[in-house]
Design a protein around this ligand. Structure first.
Ligand SMILES: [Zn+2]
Length: 128
């Protein structure tokens, strides 16, 4: 509930509901500034290529996450967290097989997201 009031105040400061739903355009991940682009068509092409249902991609070469923002906000948030975890793992140098990396990320991502979402005081404390 506290989180809702925080979001409401953010909406006001951003000048509108739509603006607050846009993901950040850049996120610091370790030594990288990961760019976040929103292109549903690009993600859709990647979905077509992989044959699985994903709503985001991470391009390690360019340090760019591409997010499909035509899906519900909660799905976007989960997808962005998922892709950020890929960006983190690539930086660690862990040489996991793709399937193992996917399993670890799919397992951890929703819990990390829920923990951050359910504990706004913790998130505020972390950023001090
Ligand atoms: Zn993935």
């Amino acid at each position: 509930m506290e989180q809702r009031s925080v979001q409401t105040s953010k909406r006001k400061s951003n000048g509108g509901v739509r603006a607050s739903h846009q993901p950040p355009q850049q996120i610091e991940v370790g030594y990288l500034e990961v760019k976040v682009e929103t292109d549903a068509d690009s993600v859709a092409r990647s979905v077509y290529n992989t044959g699985s249902s994903v709503f985001g991609t991470y391009d390690e070469r360019t340090g760019t996450i591409t997010l499909d923002v035509t899906v519900p906000l909660r799905v976007q948030q989960e997808s962005l967290m998922h892709e950020l975890l890929h960006a983190i793992i690539k930086q660690t140098g862990l040489q996991w097989e793709e399937e193992k990396e996917e399993t670890v990320i799919r397992t951890l991502s929703p819990f990390i997201l829920m923990m951050l979402r359910d504990n706004p005081d913790f998130v505020a404390w972390l950023s001090k």
